[in-house]
Structures are given as structure tokens and as C-alpha cells.
Design a protein around this ligand. Structure first.
Ligand code: ARG
Length: 282
């Protein structure tokens, strides 16, 4: 006789496991706010480049101290937003897709990043057909790619990514211009969990997120508006803007280890931790 025991309710694992990552970053050597292509950017405000460099260096150090590998790309004069490496491409299982930027001001970053990706030990590097701003709008969660559209990345690029990588792509509609890239509204915590700010999404996309991630961490407006969701996780440590104190507490409650970093100068261009970080997935 077989005794069927009731399945224990799956408990949230208390021990979150970090896996070593490989990142690509670009020093803010030529950082400034000289044009405005998102609501965070105010050309009259001025940004302190030396402070930006110091803050960025702290982020790089943080990754190295956590045991991750950091590759660099040479900053190009005249491309002040090049520090936001996440926008430079998408790399999954050793295959890379280059970026194609929405705004003329950033267009030259596409080929620069493509060249750098080509110099890494990747299996293939493809030029993009449709407008896509790399990991700004494409976030990998386990066997899925979440893809943002509404402000930057063309929905045609969502299909392009699905065809190129053979991974299901879920399109999500962004509706608040402050959260113009998916990585400003949603953070991947590990292969199954995300955190997001519901109001950044259309009702339909909110419903999709609710179905896919019923246990997601929901961020407050206060944490979202300091770009708290612009975070990078290794499965255990979640590197995020230090101002997002509420989100850090929520993450700690779920067994993650929040690591706060101040990137206040880069926030003046509408970017933070995740924007500065492109993950190179082997
Ligand atoms: N100033 C840049 C832009 O508007 C910021 C990009 C931030 N990057 C990101 N992955 N969200 O394009």
C-alpha cells in the first residue's frame, strides 16, 4: 500500500544562494547631463563628474568584493551616457545581441558596445534589426526574458530576441515616463523571483506579472522614485541604491542581503546600479 503524505507547503528558502557573475561596465569618464531624453535629466542642474567616478568605482569594488568578475569597456568622448552599460546589449548563454538606441544622442554607443562584445569570448554576436536598449528593457528571469516597451525598445525587438535566443519573451507595457526602461521598474532577484513597482505598468502587464510572480516583492513609490528597483542580484546579495531603505528591508525579510550603494550623481541622468551593469552570461 502506498501512503500518500500531504506535501509540505513549500517554504521560502531561508538560505539564498549567490552564484558568481561576469559583468561589463564603463567608467563615467565623460559623464555629464548635456541633453535630456528622460524626465530625470535636467541640463541646467550640472553633475559632478569626479563624484560620479568615485561612486561608480565603489559599485565596481562592491562587485569585486562579492567575488564577481568585472570587464570594462573604454569610454568614448562625447557619449556621456555610455556609463549605462546595461543598455549596450543582451548576452544569454554566450550569445550576444547588440543594441540599437532610440535617441540620436546615444546611437554611437551601439557599435562601440557591439565591438567590445565581439572581443569577449562569446559564441556569437549579432547586430540588431529593431530598436532595443539591451538589458535596460530585457531582463532574464530563469528560463524567461521579460521585455519592456512603451518608451524605448520596439516590440519588434521582443520577437527578435525570442527568435535569436529561443527563450520565451514576455512583453510588458511601461506607462510612466519616470520608469522609461524595464530595469527602472522591475528587479530580478533570482531565477524565480522579482521585485517591481506595479504602477509603472499597464493594467494588462500588471496582471501578467501577478500571474507569473504571485509572490513578488512590490516596491513602494518612495523606493521606486529613488530607482531602488534598478538593482543587481547574484541570487543572494542585492546591490541597490542606498536610498531605497524600504525595499532593502523587504528584501532582508525574504532572506536576501541588500547591499546599498550611492550613485546619486548618475541618478541625475536617470540611471543607477543596474543601468551601470551589463551581465555577460556564459
Ligand atoms: N540617460 C540615459 C538614458 O536616458 C539613462 C539610461 C539608464 N539605463 C538604464 N538601463 N535604465 O538613456
Amino acid at each position: 500500500m502506498t501512503v500518500v503524505l500531504p506535501l509540505p507547503r513549500a517554504a521560502e528558502p531561508l538560505e539564498r544562494v549567490a552564484t558568481p557573475r561576469r559583468y561589463l561596465m564603463c567608467a563615467p569618464q565623460h559623464f555629464e547631463v548635456s541633453y535630456a531624453i528622460n524626465p530625470w535629466m535636467d541640463v541646467t542642474r550640472g553633475a559632478d563628474r569626479d563624484l560620479a567616478l568615485r561612486q561608480w568605482e565603489t559599485l565596481r569594488r562592491t562587485y569585486l568584493d562579492l567575488g564577481h568578475q568585472v570587464e570594462l569597456i573604454e569610454p568614448v568622448p562625447g557619449l556621456p551616457d555610455m556609463v549605462f552599460a546595461a543598455n549596450g546589449g543582451l548576452v544569454i548563454e554566450g550569445h550576444a545581441l547588440g543594441a540599437r538606441f532610440t535617441h540620436a544622442e546615444r546611437r554611437a554607443e551601439g557599435p562601440a558596445y557591439l565591438r567590445r562584445l565581439g572581443s569577449l569570448d562569446l559564441k556569437t554576436v549579432s547586430e540588431p534589426v529593431h530598436v532595443n536598449e539591451g538589458e535596460g528593457d530585457f531582463l532574464v528571469v530563469g528560463e524567461l526574458v521579460l521585455a519592456g516597451t512603451g518608451f524605448r525598445t520596439d516590440p519588434g525587438a521582443h520577437t527578435e530576441v525570442q527568435e535569436l535566443f529561443g527563450i520565451p519573451v514576455v512583453s510588458l507595457q511601461l506607462v510612466d515616463p519616470r520608469f522609461y526602461h524595464l530595469d527602472t521598474a522591475l528587479a530580478v532577484l533570482d531565477d524565480r523571483n522579482v521585485a517591481y513597482y506595479p504602477d509603472a505598468f499597464s493594467p494588462g502587464s500588471r496582471a501578467v506579472l501577478q500571474r507569473l510572480f504571485p509572490d513578488a516583492v512590490l516596491a513602494s513609490e518612495a523606493d521606486a522614485t529613488v530607482l531602488g528597483l534598478n538593482a543587481v542580484s547574484d541570487g543572494r546579495h542585492v546591490v541597490l541604491p542606498s536610498a531605497a531603505a524600504g525595499l532593502a528591508a523587504q528584501l532582508r525579510e525574504r532572506g536576501y542581503e541588500p547591499v546599498g550603494v550611492d550613485l546619486g550623481e548618475l541618478l541625475k541622468a536617470g540611471g543607477s546600479v543596474k543601468c551601470c551593469t551589463l551581465e555577460v552570461r556564459a
